[in-house]
Write a protein of this length. Structure first.
Length: 509
């Protein structure tokens, strides 16, 4: 076993990939060897505080290699309170290079694994099986946080020589399940498995989704599409499985919702690099929706900083309801007011052409996370990828904490005019409008009607049966839109946690 030392400043170079600055270290080289032979190289180094977002270790792979295996460790020194310690992510690019766009992408496990392998017929979850061709590969390190004294690491690279196994042809889940025609369908569009930093298997996710009463889910692993080729065996007529990715940048996360199978979306940029628009357009070209996730989350790198001009919807409620969800809800409501002010309230849309619909997802990783808490309930023409996406894009949806909660929300005028969630009730400004919410599955919850002026009506608690009908009368001159919130009983002066909320009904010509 040979060893290299990457600690010296003279043995590394800083370059720009077209986005964030990156650091490339000295190459690790291997000689040819006989079949079945294994060769190891170990490299060590220290990354200082303030390192670039990505550090690449080039590995010269000769002909005749059938498998690459990488293991790594790094130090985790004690740090003072309030100071970030060390966290080091890892991934792999093949001989096609590390250029932005990911042509050479072969996998990413972030900080979830300490080792991985890649060969033609198999790979560690998070990584893509395929040929191990000769050339310069790159181990990608992502120093997520670095302690003041630096981050010392050790990487062991093992090449196994020999004839490659036959490659496996990917099989993807169907884009259609057995639906009920035009109906309300329940889904969870943001969840994680063992293919990134989750603990659930795909089979466990599918089983839990069915138990939660879901009709569809969306695969959204951090910075990898490696799970796409493994969902088919757990899909079925009763569960539509859409494919996507959680694009996890240093300035916020975005769910690529329902992209074409095998679509990879790069994440190696910050808002200041002005690259997000390029990848948002890639998501849409691949048939997906662009959905910023947990925009006010407090974890490092989670707060959304790219703006919402490229978004098709926004994830307002993420997992168990917390104060950052309350902030996201209020921020989204402010965007609705801006859409009314700017005359963009005709329909759901993006690029300034319309208002931005809201969604909710579980972001489930492991127990006790609950798949389907919350869930987005979408009015769609059928249970297909395209129909679900169209319902989400148009804002014909509401968010509920579970399948127990069902809502029917409408607004009607004096001459039989009628509009539902995500629609416009076209009436004169002074025409009386009746807003009606029918609820089941929400014992002791209160109903709030929210408009561009704020909360204008709060009901008495629903009965213990959880069912009830609440009505309120207004006009388009008084309320440019109305949306409904269903809240649990409050424990203090603040409103109770959400049990459900709707996208708005707009009022007026």
């Amino acid at each position: 076993m040979c060893e290299d030392d990457h600690a010296g400043i003279g043995r590394r170079a800083v370059f720009v990939t077209g986005a964030a600055a990156a650091l490339t270290l000295t190459s690790v080289s291997f000689a040819s060897a006989a079949p079945r032979e294994r060769r190891k190289r170990t490299v060590r180094g220290t990354l200082p505080a303030g390192s670039p977002d990505f550090v690449y270790v080039p590995v010269e792979v000769p002909d005749g290699v059938r498998e690459i295996h990488v293991a790594y460790t790094y130090d985790r020194p004690a740090v003072p309170a309030g100071t970030q310690g060390n966290a080091l992510d890892i991934g792999l690019f093949d001989e096609r290079g590390t250029g932005l766009g990911g042509r050479g992408f072969r996998g990413w496990s972030g900080g979830a694994r300490t080792e991985f392998f890649v060969r033609a017929d198999d790979a560690t979850p998070g990584y893509l099986p395929g040929p191990v061709r000769s050339g310069v590969w790159h181990i990608a390190l992502g120093p997520y946080t670095v302690a003041p004294r630096g981050l010392s690491y050790e990487i062991t690279i093992t090449l196994t020589y020999g004839e490659e196994s036959a490659a496996v042809r990917p099989v993807y889940p169907p884009e259609r399940a057995k639906g009920r025609g035009r109906a309300w369908y329940r889904g969870d569009c943001h969840l994680h498995s063992e293919y990134s930093d989750g603990r659930f298997t795909l089979a466990e996710i599918a089983s839990l989704a069915r138990e939660a009463g879901l009709d569809f889910i969306n695969s959204s692993e951090h910075n990898t599409h490696s799970a796409h080729a493994h969902w088919a065996k757990v899909a079925g007529d009763d569960l539509l499985i859409m494919l996507g990715e959680e694009v996890t940048t240093r300035n916020g996360h975005v769910v690529a919702l329902g992209t074409d199978p095998g679509t990879f979306v790069d994440w190696r940029y910050r808002a200041r690099d002005n690259r997000f628009g390029r990848f948002a357009r890639q998501i849409r070209r691949a048939g997906g929706l662009v959905v910023p996730a947990h925009p006010h989350a407090t974890c490092i790198g989670c707060n959304w900083k790219f703006g919402f001009g490229e978004a098709d919807a926004v994830e307002v409620w993420n997992g168990a309801y917390t104060p950052d969800d309350e902030v996201a809800l209020a921020d989204w409501d402010g965007m609705l007011v801006a859409a009314v002010r700017d005359g963009r309230d005709g329909r759901g849309g993006r690029d300034g052409r319309g208002w931005l619909p809201a969604m909710g997802s579980s972001d489930s990783h492991r127990a006790p996370d609950v798949i389907g808490r919350p869930q987005t309930v979408v009015l769609a023409d059928d249970l297909t990828r395209e129909a679900i996406q169209e319902g989400i894009r148009a804002g014909r949806s509401y968010v509920a904490e579970s399948a127990k909660v069902s809502l029917a929300f409408t607004a009607s005028g004096g001459r039989g005019e009628h509009a539902g969630i995500g629609e416009r009730l076209r009436v004169d400004d002074d025409t009386p409008v009746t807003v009606r919410l029918e609820v089941t599955g929400a014992p002791r919850c209160t109903v709030r009607f929210v408009t561009d002026q704020g909360v204008l009506f709060t009901s008495a608690p629903l009965p213990v049966s959880g069912s009830g009908v609440v009505e309120w009368r207004t006009t388009a001159s008084y309320a440019a839109y109305v949306r409904a919130e269903l809240r649990h009983e409050a424990a203090g002066p603040l409103p109770g946690a959400l049990a459900a909320f709707t996208n708005p009904v707009f009022l007026g010509r």
